[in-house]
Design a protein around this ligand. Sequence first.
Ligand code: ADP
Length: 358
Amino acid sequence: MTDANLLMKARAALKAVEAPGGDIVSCGAIEGLSATTGGVVRFTLNADKAGANAQALLERARAAVEAVEGVSRVAAVATAHRAQTAPAGGHANPFALDKKPRIEKAAQELAGVKNVIAVASGKGGVGKSTIAANLAVALGALGYRVGLLDADIYGPSLPTLFALSGKPDIVEGKIRPVEKFGVKSMSIGLLVDAERALAWRGPMVMGAIRQLIGDVEWGALDYLIVDTPPGTGDAHLTLAQSKRLTGAIIVSTPQEMALADVRRGVELFRKTNVPILGVVENMAWLETAPGEKTHLFGKGGAQAAARDLGAPFLGALPIEPDLRIACDEGVPIAFRAPGSTIAAALSALAEKIAARVS
Ligand code: ADP
């Protein structure tokens, strides 16, 4: 039930928050303001109307409403920028300028999520996103409740892998994940312009991760699989600092160079006390004739590296053209052809991971 009196008081409190074009109510940045008799106030901050520092404004707006007598909870979220032009001297970013990205607080929002698993790789192009997405679908097929968060800020792949497009729905101040292939998914690529995100550093990346974790309605899940950017950087540190990571999976191809990067990835997670659930070797061989394996990039490199690093080896996956085609067509192979050899291998990987977690 609407509390008209509280609604008026909340609007008045918001009018005291200054934005570049006047106060945030007058410049039209507040949308969907509501107040219930239970004291819950909800609103959306339109990032385009609010200006470049939407995240900082959101925090101020939230604080202003929280201070109103009778308010028990504030559910507020900033929408993504739609404008194509970046403001002078900066990059349009709904998550920007949040100087205190309270990642631990945001992570508390994952109360209903039992396990958060980061999928990482030393470098790009090794199949990290492919494995993260198919692993999520395979875990779903095993009967688990699964979420998939594409946090690869510098090259989100989920819009392609799951054929997702358009802005996500925001309901009662929360970003609603897209339910597809038995998985609840959300990609940074649906919220921001990927090209612009390439320039993000430090606080912007941290703010984005915080919002992806805290402001998406993940609900009750057994596993939240997080596809991280390649290499080791701010996104990984932020996730580790959330203190919610159950563990990390490292994906590598067998080559030496990739393996040097794997070592760096393992080190970062170890330093931040995140358990390494294991290393997966991808593109390990190509079946050139039935039963005949050609090890294009050398044999057993990732397994040997896992042993050196004291990390479990979770298994190897072949180069499988059907897997690549399914990725490009936006239907995960674990969903499209669950009976195929590659889908069975992915399912076995999912079972192994579930067993390691439990
Ligand atoms: P990353 O996330 O590490 O950058 P991607 O998951 O985007 O890598 O994979 C890079 C490319 O390799 C994609 O075209 C994907 O379809 C393809 N690919 C990944 N793993 C395999 C595989 N086992 N067999 C065939 N193609 C693969």
